[in-house]
Design a protein around this ligand. Structure first.
Ligand code: ATP
Ligand code: MG
Length: 403
């Protein structure tokens, strides 16, 4: 069995071998190669100690030196080279409390989570598959290496990884592994929300985002967060060919939860603010109809980023006419935001307005007026309208004073 490896990986393995060390490609890259999928990155496992790895390559980065990981830079890309190790108990669920280096590849493979992730490969040795990983790839099964209860107790993140891989690969979860997930679910409380978020994000970005329902069906959701467990999940499905951007997938999942709950879920999971604000817009607008009419579409478009509008059109199923009008509005370059309004704050100050709140409001009002009819977006027209409005406003103030 020959696996195609990038030449850089071949060079790293050869160099380590020349100096008498064992070295293999390992984990996800072997799994993906056997599946005929393009591996995202190539991890290398070796009998060499981190100092020994560093001595052999010109450019290295101490990525996780305590855990045995050195990144070797080659042709502008990084390759993680990790010393064979045995993991102790996981402290924060992220890093093992102590790691012990070992000269034995099998020990290193044994610490890995699933059989399909526990294979190593080199051109010299071929595939090293001590736990039936190749068989489980054929049977399309996610199965723990060793006793699943023990493996999930060591690191509860693994139970979300199991579901995530099943979504990415379209695999089933083997029965004993499945039972263990249900039993160990409460341990997720010990895992950092950031790590949980990263797994759920990968799950939603996978080819089978609907598999997130498994998290609910297996009773795991309360241990992710209260708000997360309250999301209406049964009807979740996403349109074909929906972009796999993070905010799009989270938006598709959370849009019917209501904006407050959607935001709470993402905050619980320590999501970045940009994603939160985009998902919020999608949730706020989830139930809203728009008429397929220019004015209303311009007004709606002005309320959000262009790409968020496109996502909303998709998720809300606004239809062909809305799409076409959106295109036309963009092609004409209709003004949709203050940046493109033909007057700015300076112009209004020159026309006699005080800077501050009042001015902000005036600009917003002018924008609303232009959204109704983009032909109004000329400086003279806007200033004339503004002065008339201002006059009206002043008269009102004068009138109020008289009373
Ligand atoms: P991908 O990069 O596509 O998410 P991957 O299999 O490469 O998939 P990584 O998280 O990059 O996953 O981890 C690389 C390898 O390290 C895995 O294949 C697995 O062997 C091992 N591994 C990662 N996380 C764990 C964990 N929590 N417990 C045990 N082994 C793990
Ligand atoms: Mg990886």
């Amino acid at each position: 069995m020959h696996i195609f490896m990038p030449p850089q990986v071949e060079r790293i393995l050869e160099r380590l071998n020349e100096k008498g060390f064992e070295a293999y490609a390992v984990g996800g890259c072997v799994r993906d190669s056997l599946l005929g999928r393009q591996p995202e990155d190539w991890d290398i496992t070796t009998s060499a100690r981190p100092e020994q790895v560093k001595a052999l390559f010109r450019r290295t980065i101490d990525t996780g030196i305590l855990h045995g990981t050195v990144t070797v830079m080659m042709d502008g890309a990084g390759y993680e080279v990790t010393t064979y190790r045995i993991d102790g108990e996981y402290a924060d669920g992220r890093h093992p409390k102590q790691v012990v280096f070992t000269p034995d590849l099998l020990e290193d493979l044994k610490r890995r989570d699933f059989t399909i992730n526990a294979m190593a490969y080199s051109h010299k040795t071929g595939i090293v598959d001590a736990f039936g990983g190749a068989g489980d790839l054929k049977g399309r099964l996610i199965r723990c290496v060793g006793n699943p209860l023990e493996r999930f107790e060591e690191d509860a993140l693994r139970l979300l990884r199991a579901i995530r891989f099943s979504a990415q690969l379209g695999f089933s979860i083997e029965e004993e592994t499945c039972d263990a997930i249900i039993r160990i679910a409460p341990n997720l409380l010990k895992v950092s929300r950031e790590r949980i978020q990263a797994e759920l994000t990968k799950l939603l970005q996978s080819g089978c985002p609907e598999k997130i329902k498994t998290v609910y069906e297996m009773g795991i959701s309360p241990y992710i967060s209260q708000a997360f467990s309250e999301v209406p999940w049964q009807s979740f499905q996403i349109p074909d060919r929906l972009s796999s951007e993070k905010y799009v997938r989270w938006g598709a999942f959370l849009r019917l939860a209501g904006s407050d709950k959607a935001v709470q879920v993402l905050k619980d999971l320590k999501m970045d603010n940009d994603t939160i604000s985009r998902v919020k817009v999608l949730a706020v607008w989830a139930g809203r109809e728009v008429q397929a009419e220019e004015k209303e579409i311009r007004r709606s478009m002005s309320r959000m980023l262009p790409e968020v509008w496109d996502t909303l059109v998709e998720l809300n199923g606004y239809g062909e006419k809305v799409r076409r009008l959106t295109e036309e509005i963009r092609e004409r370059g209709d003004c949709l935001d203050l940046k493109h309004l033909a007057v700015n704050g300076q112009d209004l100050i020159a026309a006699g307005i005080r800077p501050g709140k009042e001015m902000g409001k005036a600009l917003e009002e002018l924008l609303e007026w232009v959204l109704e009819d983009p032909k109004r977006n000329h400086k003279d027209i806007l200033l004339e309208y503004f002065l008339k409005q201002k006059l009206a406003g002043n008269q009102e103030a004068w009138y109020n004073e008289l009373r």
